[in-house]
Design a binder for this molecule. Structure first.
Ligand SMILES: Nc1ncnc2c1ncn2[C@@H]1O[C@H](COP(=O)(O)OP(=O)(O)O)[C@@H](O)[C@H]1O
Ligand SMILES: Nc1ccn([C@@H]2O[C@H](COP(=O)(O)OP(=O)(O)O)[C@@H](O)[C@H]2O)c(=O)n1
Length: 224
């Protein structure tokens, strides 16, 4: 059976989309897919094989080689969260063949959520625009880049990594620019997305604003 209960959440790095997506999925009883983790898995595979992150042919081979059996263990690998892996993910994600290789997995997850879930929440950069353009609830989560850099900094420090604010901020600006300016599936809000700026909101306030929006969508009767 194909599910039409899809919540699409997009936005730039450290805007809070993953935090929101996980909590929404738990509340709705839906499955959750962090689509960024798929691009990070490609980046990590490439780095571990000793390739440069901008080696296009190696990136295509890594993406085409990922299947459910190889990707699932990688999704829980702590190395996936390293900043170098985020940068590699952003580099491989400009390659159209890499995006094409990951598309079926994402659409299949959205339309046939695992574990008997009634619906799915996907977060990333192009879920509402490319992966699931027909999703009945789309959110675009953002925040000022300085706020996002501070969030990512404390996240990195909490994992024991040494991180400097200025470097994290600079990395984030470069990655935002690359993600927004690429030719294929650039980061941008879908025309029908609900814009949620979390610069002045904590995670609880963002969750309340998101659930108010989803509750207003006729396609989600009685879920919240
Ligand atoms: N609204 C918010 N206010 C403050 N911190 C937040 C908020 N949402 C998420 N965070 C924190 O910011 C960091 C990045 O959030 P995350 O959900 O991983 O962002 P993304 O998935 O967009 O990269 C995490 O440490 C998370 O706990
Ligand atoms: N749907 C998606 C998700 C991620 N990505 C790429 O993957 C990188 C890492 O994504 P992520 O969501 O894990 O990054 P953060 O927002 O957690 O920093 C992004 O910078 C994008 O370049 C993408 O191109 N399309």
């Amino acid at each position: 059976m194909t599910s039409s209960f899809i919540v699409a959440i997009d936005g730039p790095a450290a805007s809070g989309k993953g935090t929101l997506a996980r909590r929404l999925a738990a509340t709705l009883g839906f499955a959750h897919l962090d689509t960024g983790a798929l691009y990070r898995a490609v980046g990590l595979t490439l780095l571990r094989a000793g390739h440069a992150p901008d080696d296009t042919q190696a990136a295509i081979a890594a993406a085409q080689g990922l299947d459910a059996a190889t990707v699932l263990p990688l999704m829980n690998d702590p190395a996936l969260r390293q900043d170098a892996v985020a940068v590699a993910a952003s580099k491989v994600s400009v390659v159209p063949e890499v995006r094409a290789a990951l598309l079926d997995f994402q659409r299949n997850f959205a339309n046939h959520p695992p574990g008997g879930a009634k619906g799915a929440v996907l977060d990333g950069r192009d879920v509402g625009t490319v992966v699931c353009p027909g999703a009945p609830a789309k959110l675009y989560v953002t925040a000022d880049v300085e706020v996002r850099a501070r969030r990512r900094l404390s996240e990195l420090r909490n994992t024991g990594a040494e991180a400097i604010y200025e470097a994290v901020l600079e990395d984030m600006k470069v990655r935002d620019a690359r993600d927004s300016q690429r030719a294929v599936a650039p980061l941008k809000p879908a025309v029908d997305a609900f814009l949620l700026d979390t610069s002045m909101m904590d995670a609880e306030q963002a969750f309340v604003a998101a659930t108010d929006f989803i509750r207003s969508r006729p396609a989600f009767p009685g879920f919240l």
